[in-house]
Write a protein that binds this ligand. Structure first.
Ligand code: CP
Ligand code: NVA
Length: 304
């Protein structure tokens, strides 16, 4: 059984297959003789936190491949109200569905849920990581640039958060150079940085946003306040992150052909200016569309 939990756990050849299959399917060069390969299959989606793109792209992906989708709203279920255990809910979902997709706050909770399931599970964002997003970002980069991401320089500016975590993993799996500029106190997860080092990753962490974006092929950022940032001093965090805004100056420091990416939702005027978001180098809408193409590929990979 194949789960899609963190990129570090998946063989690099398999991740490449997921991207290549997404590309082929998008170009209508895959599933030529079968346009409903997931007919009779059901994806159960559990969202314990809000979502626009992930929810719509998974639902569209499943429907376009001939499958069905069920949404379990934790607020309206025994599981969410705490009167049924994670174990028992997972066992029941394994009877109804063929695959589960879950978005939750605590990664440990996601792992606990996955342990009791008898069907595959996809990580649709936890406080730790967001692997589906980053696979869509790699697809988007390669689609626009028309060349592999291997050996390219990718810059991350801002919070060393869950999206940055998956990007660090991806830099090892797809062999690109990654420079992350984060302020003190908001650096990326140490364990994943150590993992990257051990696995010959080319990852630089700096406090200098100009150093990170210098000559980069792509500049990526994310909201300064994530969904998990409930009980923190938001004013303090925004103040620390202010010098890491992606603006014209930063984009001028990157290559003139550099892309700008953002997983969205964005807080325009904070981590990114309108000028960059709506500018020629921005790939944000294609990035959102590619979530669907990648979800199609991830679901099929899990169900193989
Ligand atoms: N990028 C992303 O995961 O967006 P949603 O939170 O809208 O799903
Ligand atoms: N870092 C953000 C990503 C949203 C898609 C969050 O966790 O809220």
């Amino acid at each position: 059984m194949r789960n899609f939990i963190n990129l570090a756990d998946i063989d690099k050849k398999e991740l490449r297959k997921i991207i290549d299959h997404a590309k082929l399917q998008k170009e209508k060069k895959a599933n030529i003789n079968n346009d409903a390969p997931l007919k009779g299959k059901t994806l159960i989606m559990i969202f314990e936190k809000p979502s626009t793109r992930t929810r719509l792209s998974f639902e569209l992906a499943m429907k376009k491949l001939g499958g069905d989708v069920l949404v379990l709203n934790p607020k309206e279920s025994h599981y969410g109200s705490g009167d049924e255990s994670v174990h028992d809910t997972a066992k029941v979902l394994s009877q109804y569905g063929d695959i589960v997709m879950m978005r939750t706050s605590k990664h440990e909770h996601f792992l606990e849920f996955s342990k009791h399931l008898d069907i595959p599970i996809i990580n649709a964002l936890t406080g730790l990581s967001h692997p589906c997003q980053i696979v869509a970002d790699v697809l988007t980069f390669e689609e626009v640039k028309k060349e592999p991401i291997k050996n390219k320089k990718i810059a991350w500016l801002g919070d060393g958060n869950n999206v940055a975590y998956s990007l660090i993993e991806a830099s090892v799996k797809f062999d690109f150079h990654l420079s992350l500029a984060c302020p003190k106190g908001y650096e990326p997860n140490k364990t994943i940085l150590q993992w990257a080092k051990k696995n010959n990753g080319n990852v630089l962490v700096t406090k200098n946003p100009l150093e990170a974006s210098n000559n980069a092929d792509c500049v990526i950022t994310d909201k300064w306040i994530s969904m998990n940032d409930k009980n923190i001093n938001k004013i303090k965090k925004k103040k620390a992150l202010k010098p890491y805004q992606v603006n014209k100056k930063i984009m001028r420091c990157a290559k003139s052909s550099a892309l700008f990416m953002h997983c969205l939702p964005a807080s325009r005027g904070e981590e990114v200016t309108n000028e960059v978001m709506d500018g020629k180098q921005s790939a944000v809408w294609l990035e959102a569309l590619n979530r669907m193409h990648v979800q199609k590929s991830i679901i099929q990979w899990c169900l193989k």
